[in-house]
Design a binder for this molecule. Sequence first.
Ligand code: KIV
Length: 260
Amino acid sequence: MNKKIKKIVNKKNKSKIICLTAYSKNIALILDKYCDLILVGDSLGSVLYNYKSTKEVTLETMINHSKSVRYGVKKSLMVVDMPYNTYRNPNLALKNAKMIMKKTKCDAIKLEGGKKIIPIINNLIKNNIPVMGHLGILPQTEKKFTFKGKKIHEINKILKDAKLLEDSGIFAVVLECVESNLARKITKTLKIPTIGIGSSVNCDGQVLVIDDLIGLGESKFRFVKKYGNTNQLIKTAVKKYKFEVLKKQFPKAKHSFKTR
Ligand code: KIV
C-alpha cells in the first residue's frame, strides 16, 4: 500500500481526516498544507462549468484540472474522480483509470456506487490502482437528491454496499448525505475510513467543496458551512481597482516601462 494511503487509513479511530476539493494549482497549493486528502471532484462540472449534472463532465476536463492541481499538491493524497460513463465495465474502467493515473500522476481514483461496480473495482485493484468509494447520494446517477438512510431497505442496502466495497479492497469511502445513525453504523462496521459530506460528525473524516467553504459562489446546501467570504474580498478588490483606473491612480510609474 502506498505510504500516503497507509497514513490516511491509520488515522481511523485516532484523528479526523481532513479532505477538500481542488480544481486548480493555486488553490491546491494553499490546501496542501492543511489537508490529508485533496480530491479533484467532478463537482467541478456544476461549480466551474455551470453544468446541470456531473454527467456532462468529460475525462479530458478531469485530466486537465488534475494536471493543474498536481502542481500544487506535494504532501496530501491526491484523488481524482472518474467521470460518468468512463467506468461502464471493467476493461473500460481500467483503460481510463490508467490514463488518469499516468497523465495526472494522482495517487488514487474515486468511483460512485456499490454492488454493481464491484467487478470494476476488482479489476482496478488487481491492476494496482488504488480506489476510493462513494456511497449515499451518487450525483452521477441520482434521481432524488435527498439524504439516504430513511427506510430500512435503504439502510440495509447502503450497509451491505459499504461492506462489499471494503471487501473489494478500497482504502476509504465517501458517504454523501447519509443519515447520522447510519453513518455511525457504517463507520463502526468498516475498518477503512469513512469521509463524510452531509453525513454528520460520525464519520472518520470530512470533505467539502472548497468554493463552498470559502464563500465563493452561491451554494445553499444544508451541509455547507461558509468559513470565509471570498465573494466580498473579490468585490472590494475589484471595486478599488475600478476606482483607481478611472481616477488614473493606477498604473503608477513603478508599474510601467520607460526608455528615457
Ligand atoms: O465531486 C466531488 O466534489 C465529490 C465530493 C463532494 C465528495 O465527490
